[in-house]
Design a protein around this ligand. Structure first.
Ligand code: AMP
Ligand code: MG
Length: 352
């Protein structure tokens, strides 16, 4: 299949291109599109064949459910058996935005879309191209991240093309995304609201709006496999670069010297080493490639650069990656969740 690549200016949307894209979705084809979090791979959420095409294009296990994207809160009624009061409150506060809610599903949602689950994940993305595509298609759009399963999520159209060129009908290139990590997922089907995937919207922000405690799924905090995460997607090795990656935690000076020591050890064996650093520390490292996530105090920049940096490591064919850790105050939990998965939970504590 030939994949059409179309540039779209989010501030001045080309109606002809969007109509073509909407028609493709309505015909059961797949279109990749920008959202504020990462690029999505969209298909008609209510048609099982479209869901199957998505799994096939991504090489994704079909027990890993898809998020249904909607453009108006009233669309929730088309997929949710009942709308919990909490959903309305959270939508008022955060939609459109980087928050996915899990609710009980209606029979209209095929089990192919929900990976066989009785619940459905719903989100209203905060991106003019995504919202326009949903409206023009007349469909609700099932969209996982537009990467090959297991690779870092795409934060620009070129990443989508790298993974999916020739496998899908169209890629809408709306430029680099704003947030750079996937949406926060909150489960509203349990007695207590529970975060299944940390993201830009923190448990504290959710709890402030709901006026009750929001817990974190114990399965995603565990550093080992003793507890299974509730979101099936969180159990897979994910977001992973090809090289072996190690996170080095600790005081800045100790981290720098430990990473330099480890890098030298690898280099002496003829290996190519990348270091993931910050603007403040990059000049202190000696390695083949030094990549900065941005200023340490700029959490938004770190989230934005994360997947790009991991993909760059792949492109540069490095053998080993050493990364500083990023336990930043607000979205650090979300950033570290991705980074730890990329590193297969290998963490070294420097200076101990
Ligand atoms: P992605 O679309 O690539 O961001 O991945 C979607 C994530 O949402 C995966 O981790 C899924 O396992 C999770 N997810 C989607 N639907 C559900 C659901 N009904 N219950 C729990 N997790 C879900
Ligand atoms: Mg994904």
């Amino acid at each position: 299949m030939k994949t059409k690549m179309k540039q779209i200016n989010p501030l001045q949307i080309d109606e002809t291109i969007m109509e073509e894209a909407g028609r493709l979705i309505a015909e059961g084809e797949l279109v990749a599109f920008p959202t504020e979090t990462v690029y999505g791979l969209g298909g008609d959420a209510l048609r099982p064949e479209a869901a199957q095409k998505i799994y096939q294009a991504k090489g994704r296990p079909s027990d890993n459910p898809l998020i249904v994207h909607i453009a108006d809160f009233s669309d929730m009624d088309r997929v949710a058996r009942e709308i919990p009061a909490a959903a309305q409150k959270l939508a008022d506060a955060f939609w459109p935005g980087p928050l996915t809610m899990i609710v009980w599903k209606k029979d209209t949602v095929p089990s192919a879309t929900t990976g066989g689950m009785d619940t459905v994940a719903v989100r209203m993305p905060n991106h003019p191209v995504a919202l326009d595509l949903i409206r023009k298609s007349g469909c609700l759009i099932a969209a996982p991240s537009a990467n090959t399963s297991g690779r870092p999520s795409p934060t620009e159209a070129a990443h989508v093309a790298e993974d999916l060129n020739g496998k899908i009908a169209m890629i809408l290139d709306g430029g680099p995304v704003g947030i750079g990590i996937e949406s926060t997922i909150i489960d509203l089907t349990e007695s207590k609201p529970m975060v299944l995937r940390p993201g830009y919207i923190t448990p504290q922000m959710l709890s402030n709006v709901l006026g009750e405690e929001v817990i974190m799924d114990p399965g995603i905090i565990a550093a080992d496999d003793t507890r299974k995460p509730k979101a099936p997607g969180m159990k897979y090795k994910h977001y992973a670069p090809k090289a072996d990656m190690v996170i080095v935690d600790g005081e800045q000076e100790a981290v720098v010297s430990e990473i330099n020591r480890l890098s030298q050890e690898k280099q002496s064996k003829g290996q190519k080493v990348a270091v993931i650093a910050t603007d403040e520390t990059r000049s202190h490292y000696r390695a083949d490639v030094i990549l900065s996530m941005g200023r340490r105090a700029d959490e938004d920049a770190i989230a934005q650069h994360l997947y790009h940096v991991l993909r760059e490591c792949d492109e540069l064919n490095v053998d080993a990656i050493y990364s500083e850790s990023f336990r930043t105050p607000r979205i650090g939990q979300a950033i570290m969740n991705r980074l730890l998965k990329a590193a297969g939970h290998t963490v070294i504590h420097a200076g101990e």
